[in-house]
Design a protein around this ligand. Structure first.
Ligand code: ASP
Length: 326
C-alpha cells in the first residue's frame, strides 16, 4: 500500500505518542496502525534469515523488576531482529535489591542514553513514573494490575489474523479478572476496535465497577461461553492474592475451567486463547490448550514478537529522524 492509500494520517500523526504505557490513551486508528505495521514482521519472522537493520546503533534496555519468560524474550528477540543493541536488566541482580528508589533507577537508565526502555514492574503506575523522568520512549511490559499493552495488541493481531476482523466479534475473557492487567488492556483494546466483550469470574475475582468498561459481566461460565467467537482464559494470579479468593483449585476448574465438555458448548469455529503462563488442569485443560485447529496459544507468542518489533520501530522513528516523523 502506498502512503497515499494509507488509511492513517501521514507521518508521526499516525502514532503521535512518545511512549506506550497503556491502551487507554490510544485511538482505534492508532491501534490499527500498529497492527498493520506488525504484518511485515510476521512475514520476516517466518523467513530463514530474520534480520532488518533499521535500529542498528540504537540501545534498548529491558528493565524487568518482575519475573517474565515470554515477554522478556519476545522484546529481546524483537530488538535484536531490528538490529538494536539490547541489554536486559533483571531486578534480582540490580540495585533495587539494595534499596535504590525507582526514580534513581530511572535517572541511571536515562544517563546511559538508552534509545528505548522497556519496563515490567509489580506496581501499577510505576512505568508512567519512569516515563515521566526519562528522555526516551518507554514501553510498558506489564505494570501491576494496570496494563499490559503489547499483550493486548498481540492478542488483537492474533484474533484479526484468525478471524479476518475484530469488529462485531464476541470475546469472553474468563478467570482472575481482578488481578489481571491483561484483561484490562484487552477490554480497552477489543472494545475500542468494535468487539463485544464479556468477562466471567467468581464474584471475588471480579473488580467492582467493571461494567463501566463497556463489558457484560457473568459469573456462570456455561452461560458466558454461549455464542462467543473467542474464549480467552486467564491464570489465577496467586502471587497477587492475599487470603482466600477461591475455594480450591479443583472446584475452580469445575466452575471456571475450560474443559473439553465446556468448549463443546461453543461452535466448532470458536477459538481459544491464553496469554501464558498456563496452569494446565486449573483454568485450562491440556486437551483444549493443545487443540491444533482451535487453540491460538502458540500463535499469540509468534504475534508477540511481531507486535513488539512494530512498537519498537514506530516509537524510535523520531530518534531515527524517519521522514515525516521528526
Ligand atoms: N503474562 C501475563 C502477565 O504478565 C499474564 C500472567 O502472568 O498471567 O500479566
Amino acid at each position: 500500500m502506498t502512503s497515499r492509500e494509507s488509511p492513517y494520517p501521514p507521518g508521526s500523526a499516525a502514532f503521535p505518542h512518545r511512549d506506550l504505557v497503556g491502551i487507554d490513551v490510544l485511538q482505534p486508528h492508532e491501534i490499527l496502525f500498529l497492527l498493520d505495521e506488525a504484518a511485515q514482521w510476521v512475514e520476516l519472522g517466518r523467513r530463514p534469515t530474520k534480520h532488518d537493520d533499521r535500529l542498528a546503533g540504537l540501545t534498548i534496555i529491558n528493565a524487568f523488576f518482575e519475573n517474565s519468560t515470554r515477554t522478556l524474550l519476545s522484546f529481546e528477540i524483537a530488538g535484536k531482529r531490528l538490529g538494536a543493541d539490547v541489554v536486559n536488566m533483571h531486578a534480582a541482580q540490580s540495585s533495587i535489591k539494595k534499596g535504590e528508589t525507582l526514580i534513581d533507577t530511572a535517572m541511571t537508565l536515562n544517563a546511559m542514553h538508552a534509545d528505548a526502555i522497556v519496563i515490567r514492574h509489580g506496581s501499577s503506575g510505576a512505568v508512567q513514573l519512569i516515563a515521566d523522568k526519562v528522555d526516551c520512549p518507554v514501553l510498558n511490559a506489564g505494570d501491576g494490575q494496570h496494563e499490559h499493552p503489547t499483550q493486548a495488541l498481540l492478542d488483537a493481531l492474533t484474533i484479526r489474523n484468525a478471524k479476518g476482523r475484530i469488529d462485531g466479534l464476541t470475546v469472553v475473557i474468563c478467570g482472575d479478572i481482578l488481578h489481571s492487567r491483561v484483561a484490562r488492556s484487552n477490554i480497552l483494546c477489543l472494545t475500542s476496535l468494535g468487539a463485544r466483550v464479556r468477562v466471567c469470574a467468581p464474584p471475588a475475582l471480579m473488580p467492582a465497577g467493571i461494567e463501566e468498561m463497556k463489558v457484560e459481566v457473568f459469573h456462570d461460565f456455561n452461560t458466558a461461553i454461549e455464542g462467543v467467537d473467542v474464549v480467552m482464559m486467564l491464570r489465577l494470579q496467586m502471587e497477587r492474592m492475599e487470603g482466600e479468593f477461591i475455594p480450591s483449585p479443583r472446584e475452580y476448574r469445575h466452575l471456571y475451567g475450560l474443559t473439553e465438555e465446556r468448549l463443546a458448548r461453543t461452535s466448532p469455529d470458536t477459538l481459544v486463547m491464553h496469554p501464558g503462563p498456563m496452569n494446565r488442569g486449573i483454568e485450562i485443560d491440556s486437551t483444549v490448550a493443545d487443540l491444533v485447529d482451535r487453540s491460538l496459544i502458540t500463535r499469540q507468542v509468534e504475534m508477540g514478537v511481531a507486535i513488539r518489533m512494530a512498537c519498537l520501530d514506530v516509537l524510535t522513528r523520531r530518534t531515527r529522524k524517519v521522514e515525516g516523523w521528526q
